[in-house]
Design a protein around this ligand. Structure first.
Ligand code: HEC
Length: 166
């Protein structure tokens, strides 16, 4: 009873409990606060993610019927035909080589076009290109581009009416 008005801590055991509690109670409060703040943040993040996703998803709407840009003869030549015709590989008439081209041009545009569309000897049909990538019209522009670069005077092919207007 002598210690009754003294400290509340009356034994080493109580001392340990107080020390441990004074360490863990604030820690627990901090932990709880962190959980609280994080849960708030998580909610925020979900909202931001939704906001971020939305415009991206909208960008994915692509008009499949949108007119595709029609390539010029030069573009088609560079993309497809130059792999053989720039060097004259596999016996291809070389680009700009009038001597190699003049007998071919003399056969007429339709004959050249048929060779390109169906292929001729080492040249695969359409020069190996895909009709989904390069249309007949674009191929014909490439033929005229190549023929005229080698001294031909073929008129620029007319754009087919069915082709989507640019
Ligand atoms: C894989 C190689 C290769 C590619 C790619 C290629 N050609 Fe050729 N091309 C040839 C060869 C080889 C010949 C000669 C064929 C022959 O007369 O034996 C030729 C011939 C031609 C001729 C003359 C045809 C004739 O009747 O004399 C034209 C026009 C022509 N190519 C256009 C094109 C165009 C346009 C492209 C691109 C769309 C193209 N070529 C892509 C190899 C190629």
């Amino acid at each position: 009873m002598s210690n009754e008005h003294g400290s509340l801590i009356k034994s080493p055991k109580q001392m340990i409990i107080v020390v441990v509690a004074s360490f863990f109670v604030p820690l627990l409060i901090i932990l709880l606060l962190m959980v609280f703040v994080n849960s708030g943040k998580r909610g925020e993040n979900t909202a931001t993610t939704e906001q971020l996703i939305k415009p991206v998803a909208q960008l994915n709407f692509k008009d499949a019927s949108a007119p595709r840009e029609i390539q010029t003869g030069e573009q088609v030549y560079k993309a497809v035909c130059s792999s053989c015709h720039a060097s004259g590989a596999a016996g291809a008439p070389k680009f700009g080589d009038a001597a190699a081209w003049s007998p071919r041009i003399a056969k007429g545009y339709d004959s050249l076009m048929t060779s390109v569309l169906k292929g001729k000897n080492a040249m695969p049909a359409r020069g190996g290109s895909n009709p989904a990538d390069i249309s007949d019209y674009e191929l014909s522009r490439a033929v005229v581009y190549m023929a005229n670069a080698a001294g031909g005077k073929l008129p620029e092919p007319k754009e087919p009416v069915a082709a989507p207007a640019k």
